[in-house]
Structures are given as C-alpha cells and as structure tokens.
Design a binder for this molecule. Sequence first.
Ligand code: FES
Length: 353
Amino acid sequence: MSALPGSAEGTAVTGLDSSPVDASPETLAELPPLTEQTRLEAREIIARYPQPRSALLPMLHLVQSYQGYVSPEGVALCAEELGLTKAEVGAVATFYTMYKRRPTGRHLVSVCTNTLCSVLGGQRIFDALAADLGVHHDETAPDGSITLEHAECLAACDYAPVVTVDYEFYDQQDVDSARTLVAALRRGEKPHPTRGAPLTDFRGVSRQLAGFDQYGDEATRRAAIDAEGAIEPTLAGLRLAAERGEAAPPMPGPGPGQPSADTGEPRETVRPSGRTGETPGEEAADARVAAADTPAERAGAEQTHPDKGAEYGQPRGRQRAGTENPPATEPATGTTPPTSPSPNPPRAQNQEA
Ligand code: FES
C-alpha cells in the first residue's frame, strides 16, 4: 500500500508506507489548482447530508474531477471543510480503489481479470493492452491518454470478458476489439459503450460521481443512461441447467400463519434477530422501544411505532387476529402526554419469543 503521492503527510500522519511518487514533476506542475469554485461545490455536497462527514466520498470524487487523483491539496481541502484530520481523509482515500493515488490519464481502462472474464480471455486482453501502452497495472501511458488497471469482478460476468472505460461498460471484448477501442481512445475518439451512458473521461465521470449531473434536464439524462444495450445477456447457464434438469433448491415452505401462496400482501420476514416482523423499519421501531432508558423515552418511541397501540414487535397477522393490546385508555386531547399503551409492557412477551 502506498501513501498519497507527493504527500509527506501521507506517510507521517496516516502511518502508511511511502512508495516513490511516479508522476513526473512536470505532470504534477500541470495539475489545475483547486479553486474557490471547488470549495463552493464541496460545500454544496456537504449540504446534502445530515452529517457533514458523510460527504467525504463524493468530495473525493470532486477532487478527482479537478485534478485526476486525490492530491494532497484535495485531502487538505476535504479535511478543512469537514473538520476532519488529514489522516482521517487519507485513511478513506487509500482504502477504496476508485480513489487514485497518482495522476490518472484522460481515460481509465479497467480490464476484468477475475475468474470468469479471465478464463474467457480477460488476462490476454490485459496483457495485449499493457504491451501496446508500455505500462503495467495502475500505470499511465507516456502520452497521458490511458491509465490501465486490472479490475476485480465488475459485476457483469454475463457479458464476459468485460472492459470498462471510466466505469462505462464495453462488453464481450476480445484482444482485437479491446485494442481497437484503446487505439480510438488514444486518437481522442469516444466509442459508445455497449450499454448505459455515453463516455466522458475520467474527470468527467468523477464529476458525475460527485453528484454533479452533466445533463441539462431529466429527460436527457434518462435517455442517455437508459439507452438500450447493444448486446443481449447470455443465457448459456440457464440453457445448460434446463438441459441437465438442474434447478435452484426449493424455497422453504410458508411458516405458521403465513400465506401458502402469494396473495399480494407483504410477507413476514425473519429478521437477523430471529424475531419476525414485516419490515426492517418495524424491527427498528421495536429496537427503539426496547432501548428506551426512561418511561418518557419509551413513550416517545411507542408514539412513533408503526404498531402504535398494539403489541410492539408482534407479527401484524397476529395483531389483526385480535390479540393486540387495546389503545391507551386516555383519549387523545392534544395536551395529554404520551403514555405506555399497557401497564405491563408486551415487550416482555416478545423477548421470550
Ligand atoms: S468476472 Fe469479470 S465481470 Fe465478473
């Protein structure tokens, strides 16, 4: 693992080792400085979140949209705006592979060399491109056009072997088509991806990832992003399974009280806690009631519970069957403080369940 290039702090503050900076001084000198506009956009991102530090990931993309990587200057800007230390920002920036530690070429070409793509030719594609560009993994061609990287599964195995350019998909590649693609990119062309939005460049897509739309209006954006793909997904696996008579294991049968067929009603689920509940929101509401430290807190949690007036945490089917507690006996006057619906909280029953 290497520190942020050019950053003495990257080593001294984060404790990461410091590989030599492989970007030339000329390249670093060409980086556009972060401006007041960058800072204003960073604040616009921060305003989207209840907690300022939640804005860090898109802010790092914003830095990349200006400078092509997470520069020491960008780390300092994020730290200042978010009230974090540079070490905290550096720890995040060096954790995720989408944050680059050295200046990236105009385009980032990622070749999937994970299992399925690799057996179908992904490694051969990577080797051919590396030879053409004169680079290894995570290096940039001398003309600054392309940064090449190995990628782990790009979640498109159905289209293997897969190459992405600036995270846009070019499916079912082979050595020749990938070389043609990269040659076009180096000439300044932007071949249309096999599906999804049109290609921009690494800084352009970084700006999108920071949440700044490049499309003028919603209709244009939808039309671009939802454009039909050029290649159908393969159904080879499905056909093979049908030929062999293979099928997925049957789903467990319905539990007690559950409908035997899909009635269109939402089904109960078994939560990780082992209890049943209809939704994660309902379970979260149960947890808020259970975690209340004081009667006032509990009353407040009960007031916002979706099962208000019923047995918290019990499956709704049972409540509907008539086992729910009666609502609070006090009529709601608008001035009466919220009270527990039962002097013997049903939570104890639930905890036994
Ligand atoms: S193995 Fe390449 S996309 Fe999954």
